[in-house]
Design a protein around this ligand. Sequence first.
Ligand code: URA
Length: 236
Amino acid sequence: MRLDKFLADMQLGTRSQVKEFIKKGLITVNGDIVTKADYKINELEDSITCKGVSLSYQKYRYFILHKPSGVVTATKDNRDRTVMDLLPKELSKDFFPVGRLDKDTEGFLLITNDGDLSHKLLSPKKHVAKTYYVECNGILNEEKIQKLKQGVDIGDDKPTLPAEIRVIHTSESTYVIELTITEGRFHQVKRMIQAVGGEVTYLKRLSMGGLSLDETLAKGAYRELSMDEVERLKRN
Ligand code: URA
């Protein structure tokens, strides 16, 4: 791999910024200062430092994006902006969103280049928990709460699996709940609410696989997961 690509992949800066670092002699490879951006390194074996700080290459990386409404969950789209447009360009080649949030849904979205973990998190057999904050039009009563909890017919072969509900607010014609589901069927939350005679007016994913959206992460912002968080995700 080229040295400048490695440094940009490590998020040290843009490709032109890292080229400047290299030119200035701030980068060493196996103890020697290297001033050529196209110098070839073995990212898994060579010891590379920037200003004396050692950089280790991670094959897989994980980002949490606070998805805003209006962008589509895809790697490419001919018409709309995608979630990948909100991340650094360097990530556009190998990274992808894990699962899908609708264009108008906001909240927790994991972006990674780890196909294996993505597959596990999305596998119907793994029952990974996802919690949504859901604002609805309609009337919520005990019967509907029980239906949503126990499983509802949303027009698929089988009813939905049991879900958890926390009622946050109800009025005569609207309600707000937190709904935790362990499947990922197409438009699942909207279809569950529809099945009990309601309509989702706002949907936000709060958590997935034991990780929650940070209060401080603004809409459209992202951050890299810590090693502890990645471990937690793998355990869940
Ligand atoms: N359920 C939905 O209906 N939409 C989403 O975006 C996510 C879950």
